[in-house]
Design a protein around this ligand. Structure first.
Ligand code: ZN
Ligand code: ZN
Length: 88
């Protein structure tokens, strides 16, 4: 791939609508930025989890690992992976 003059290389997105886009000369990658503080993350899920610290909601955390989600449904589905009942 040839670089067009003055056009920075942009990696393909992970998919989904970006919650925030920190544009600027110093940032190449898409970064999800918290609207409450200066927290930034590369992942949408990371931002969602972080936002809970501001909204006061308690996320559903996996007892086996650091997986964290905002819905019990997703947590239950995730725990199956550890219990060996479900792969993937
Ligand atoms: Zn924040
Ligand atoms: Zn887990």
């Amino acid at each position: 791939m040839l670089n067009e003059s003055g056009c920075p290389q942009v990696e393909p997105g992970v998919g989904g609508a970006p919650l925030g886009w920190v544009g600027g000369a110093t940032t190449r990658r898409k970064v999800h930025r918290c609207s409450y503080c200066s927290y930034t993350t590369m992942y949408t899920t990371g931002l969602k989890r972080h936002l809970l610290t501001h909204t006061g909601e308690r996320p559903f955390m996996c007892p086996y690992c650091q997986y964290c989600t905002v819905t019990q449904y997703h947590l239950k589905r995730h725990i199956r992976v550890h219990e060996g009942k479900f792969q993937g």
